[in-house]
Design a protein around this ligand. Structure first.
Ligand SMILES: [Fe+2]
Length: 167
């Protein structure tokens, strides 16, 4: 969803409309992807079983909480521009960055890889769009930089749990 959107901006925000449209397009993609990722991590949180269940259940829960916190400031930023904020499930599934939904089983390591795939997809997108956004809107760029830093940390935490043992 990176094309320039045809939006009527209903608030008197000083950024030019074409700039706001580009930023809102990126924020829509992120909101859709965060909502999609929440569902995938929730399934990993519920379905995983194994010897490290308790610690992984908690880590997936902490990851979920953090992703959830990312969504509201993006919707509010969109509204600060006077554009419509979107968050319905159909919107999320139509605009998510994630490819076809990954299959969650009770295999904890497989589910950990799904969570990592989700986080890395988000992080890689943020690394692409942050330099673009920072040229257009420093305030939104600051929000996205916080997300990127937090997701990098979540990747570190989840990657550190990948089992390298052979038993
Ligand atoms: Fe839970």
């Amino acid at each position: 969803m990176e094309e320039t959107l045809n939006i009527i901006f209903t608030k008197n925000h000083p950024l030019p409309d074409d700039v706001k449209a580009k930023v809102v397009s990126i924020l829509y993609t992120l909101i859709a992807s965060y909502i999609d990722v929440k569902g995938q991590i929730l399934e990993a949180h519920w379905n995983s079983e194994g010897k490290t269940f308790i610690s992984m259940h908690k880590l997936f829960d902490d990851t979920l909480t953090k992703i959830d916190e990312f969504i509201d400031p993006l919707g509010e930023r969109i509204r600060a521009f006077g554009a419509p904020a979107r968050a319905k499930l159909k919107f999320a599934s139509d605009n998510t960055l994630l490819k076809e939904q990954t299959y969650i089983t009770n295999d904890l390591d497989a589910n950990l890889n799904v969570v990592l795939y989700c986080l890395i997809t988000l992080r890689d997108y943020l690394y692409i769009v942050i330099p673009q956004v920072s040229k257009m809107d420093e305030t939104t760029s600051n929000i996205l930089q916080e997300h990127c830093r937090d997701i990098d940390h979540l990747i570190y935490l989840n990657q550190s749990c990948v089992c390298s043992c052979t038993d």
